[in-house]
Design a protein around this ligand. Structure first.
Ligand code: HEC
Length: 173
């Protein structure tokens, strides 16, 4: 009797998981009129803004304000400051959200140049002598893994402070 009770308990507990694994249904068909196979985003030819929405906005939010609760710094009005300190230009390509995104190197370069505009997310933080990223530069930087991200970022923030730059990244550091 006791083992029967135990067995039924196990069944009740595992049933939702079995359901969860069955979704999405691998045998599901395309909706009629939408039979074309999905394209990887690197081949899809979306605009830069759409690439940002699909690959970045989930964490950084649509307006680049980020979320301290999720350790995601604010880019709006701040991200350009990284270009004012040694190592910052490389850092911006090597953060995992960039280097490990599904975008190709040319798309990443376009995306960075889109962020780095006076009328874009960098805004007032953009240095006047900004040199756009090229696909070649991104290719090189992206391949080098950043081993100590928090340490590297803290170092860059320290170098900004030393220049008198206000640290308005929303992270209270
Ligand atoms: C899964 C969440 C997530 C996604 C997706 C993501 N990021 Fe990030 N991003 C972060 C976090 C967290 C940081 C802070 C450094 C770190 O821990 O990686 C960061 C840091 C950055 C930085 C450096 C700025 C700073 O203050 O450290 C840039 C630039 C950046 N992200 C751009 C992007 C772009 C562009 C995309 C889309 C291609 C993207 N990120 C996708 C979470 C994300």
């Amino acid at each position: 009797m006791r083992s029967l009770l135990f067995l039924s308990l196990v069944c009740v507990m595992t049933a939702p998981q079995a359901y969860a694994r069955a979704i999405p249904n691998p045998a599901q068909r395309h909706a009629p009129g939408n039979e074309e196979a999905q394209k990887p985003i690197a081949d899809a030819g979306y605009s830069v803004g759409v690439n940002y929405q699909l690959q970045c906005a989930g964490c950084h939010l649509g307006n680049g304000m980020g979320s301290p609760a999720n350790d995601t710094p604010r880019m709006t009005g701040f991200v350009g400051n990284f270009l004012k300190v040694p190592g910052g230009r490389e850092f911006l390509v090597r953060v995992p959200g960039m280097s490990q995104s599904a975008l190709n190197n040319a798309q990443l370069a376009d995306l960075l140049n889109w962020l780095m505009r006076k009328d874009g997310m960098a805004g007032k933080s953009l240095p006047d002598d900004y040199q756009p990223y090229s696909a070649e530069e991104v290719t090189q930087l992206r391949a080098k893994t950043m081993l100590n991200l928090p340490g590297t970022r803290a170092e860059l923030i320290r170098a900004m402070r030393a220049q008198g730059i206000a640290i308005e990244d929303g992270m209270n550091n």
